[in-house]
Design a protein around this ligand. Structure first.
Ligand code: FNR
Length: 193
């Protein structure tokens, strides 16, 4: 069947630029024949990680929801803000909680990372930091990452990227990723174990 993508923004903010970018990613995926499971970070909200809470196989609701959604889809896409040159605490906290499941849900899943920032660097450093825990957990993080710089003025009124060349680069990035995820479904040797 269709290749399905869990898409979400790592920002909780109303009017988030990353949520806008995630919504655009969802549109582009659907336009190119993929299925989208769009999530909100609110659904994955977890208490501050504390090993003392891990009694009787406890996992917070937000972690359980993420585990379910990651397993129900072929790949996941995160649009994440950059905070202080790194990833937001809420996403690292959620990753830490989810990493405690066995089997470990991130293992061998495909992921694509993107970021939107009003800055000139477009949140790229945040994505490099987000790669670290994901790759540590065995996620196949796509090499190419998309950073939308000066994102507060990058969208047109329909929610697309106004600059044509940049809009094409965004779509090409997504389609290359979609092709990889689709292809890997047909090769048992690289399928999820
Ligand atoms: C920021 N912002 C920011 N931007 C950036 O490009 N590099 C950075 O290091 C930081 N650091 C940072 C720290 C904190 C605590 C906040 C709140 C913000 C600005 C950030 O990119 C901007 O607020 C975005 O709009 C956040 O993403 P959303 O919420 O619009 O998706």
């Amino acid at each position: 069947g269709h290749t399905s993508f869990l898409v979400f923004s790592a920002s909780l903010r109303t009017g988030s630029l990353n949520t806008k970018l995630a919504e655009l990613a969802a549109q582009v995926i659907q336009k190119n024949g993929g299925t989208v499971d769009f999530a909100s970070m609110v659904e994955f909200d977890c208490p501050s990680f504390n090993q003392d809470l891990e009694v009787d196989n406890y996992h917070p609701k937000g972690a359980e929801e993420f585990r379910k959604r990651i397993l129900a889809n072929d790949a996941f896409i995160i649009a994440s803000p950059e905070y202080n040159g790194s990833m937001p605490g809420i996403i690292k906290n959620m990753i830490d909680w989810v990493s405690r499941y066995r089997p470990q849900p991130f293992h061998q899943h495909h992921a694509l990372l993107m970021s939107a920032s009003p800055s000139m660097a477009g949140g790229n450093r945040g994505l490099w930091s987000l790669r670290i825990p994901l790759e540590h957990l065995g996620t196949r993080v796509y090499p190419d990452m998309f950073s939308l710089a000066t994102a507060h003025e990058a969208f047109d009124t329909s929610g697309s990227i106004a600059d044509e060349k940049l809009a094409k680069r965004f779509e090409d990035n997504l389609v290359s990723f979609m092709n990889l995820v689709e292809a890997s479904k047909h090769y048992p040797c690289i399928k999820k174990a």
